[in-house]
Design a binder for this molecule. Structure first.
Ligand SMILES: NC(=O)c1ccc[n+]([C@@H]2O[C@H](COP(=O)([O-])OP(=O)(O)OC[C@H]3O[C@@H](n4cnc5c(N)ncnc54)[C@H](O)[C@@H]3O)[C@@H](O)[C@H]2O)c1
Length: 304
């Protein structure tokens, strides 16, 4: 068994921590010694209304267990206010878990601008605003841990969730770029795609299935990703019910046409099977892998 993971002296913000996964993260961070900002707007699953009860209950629970926590009731769209709560109360910010979420499912034909906009604002804009406010502090102290929350619906697409899938995969784009920008400053950024029994799943799955999918099975991975000893950055992890795995890109070897001569649609049509053949595929890890293929085909050195 490896050494215990602790968060003493660390200040953690968990958004949407009034219930479901976020509540479980907040309790565990506090149990492991962190000072926690429990953020929750307290609205409905569809992003309507607000209330203070959810965040209050979690902070009361943390205090009753001897932990340190404060509430914040702002929407993640006001990320600067959430981070200010951490700075004003605890003087620093070390860990951000962008977890708040809502659902407004509809087939694309029936999806309204409100469905699109609200889901975008909570998931994508919210993750941006909270992270943007924490980022200068993390750069300055040369330390930070950020976990962004995607979804299998974002990675693979899911019927009736165009708005959610768009935002959720965008969040991983944020992770991948911030992992590069934070690499030399001790900041590690990761994405998780969880499956857990919460009110978001209650509308889709039977109650006994929801009960079996415990949020507490996801929480240990979040602790690992936010720990001081986290080695990697930019990763995407699927997790649920005790199973967890890392995802990566796979790219077919592809076809190299002569870039000097004319390339026709028919040539591509003829070569289609080869374009899509994953024998001898590789696993690109950065934009340099794209440039290497493109400039290599031109026979010129890759620009630095
Ligand atoms: N449960 C799953 O199986 C599952 C699957 C994939 C992704 N996720 C993602 O995990 C995250 C947590 O979801 P959950 O299942 O625990 O759901 P949940 O509904 O139990 O928790 C989400 C919390 O976010 C809060 N919230 C909503 N809008 C907010 C806002 N604007 N500002 C601050 N707080 C806000 C809600 O009040 C709620 O307490 C979400 O991002 C969700 O999309 C969950």
């Amino acid at each position: 068994m490896s050494k215990a993971i602790g968060f003493e002296e660390r200040v953690v913000v968990v958004t949407g921590a009034g219930g479901g996964l976020g509540r479980s993260y907040a309790l565990e961070f506090a149990r492991r010694g962190a000072r926690v900002v429990v953020n929750d707007l307290g609205g409905s699953i569809h992003g309507e209304g607000k209330s203070r009860g959810a965040a209050d209950d979690v902070v009361t629970e943390i205090h009753s267990l001897g932990g340190e926590a404060v509430t914040n009731y702002d929407s993640v769209e006001d990320g600067d206010r959430i981070i200010r709560t951490a700075i004003d109360n605890f003087g620093r910010i070390d860990v951000v878990v962008n977890n708040a979420g809502i659902l407004r499912d509809a087939t694309f034909l029936k999806m309204t601008d409100v469905d699109w906009d609200l889901v975008y604002r909570v998931h994508a804009l919210g993750a941006y605003k909270v992270t943007k406010a924490a980022w200068p502090h993390m750069l300055k102290q040369e330390y930070g841990r950020i976990v962004n929350t995607a979804s299998a619906a974002g990675i693979y697409g899911n019927f009736g969730q165009a708005n959610y899938a768009f935002a959720k995969l965008g969040i991983h784009g944020l992770t991948q770029t911030l992992s590069l920008e934070g690499a030399r400053k001790g900041i590690k950024v990761s994405t998780i795609a969880p499956v857990a029994g919460s009110r978001l799943l209650e509308s889709i799955l039977a109650k006994d299935v929801v009960d079996a999918l415990k949020p507490e099975c996801v929480t240990p991975l979040v602790m690992k990703l936010c720990s001081e000893r986290m080695e990697e950055t930019g990763g995407l992890y699927e997790i649920g019910a005790g199973w967890m795995a890392k995802l990566r890109w796979e790219r077919s070897k592809g076809v190299f046409f002569d870039p000097i001569s004319e390339i026709s649609a028919e040539m591509i049509d003829d070569a289609w099977a080869e374009v899509c053949d994953f024998t001898d595929a590789d696993n690109p890890t950065g934009i340099q892998d794209t440039f290497e293929a493109v400039f290599g085909n031109l026979g010129i050195e890759m620009p630095q």
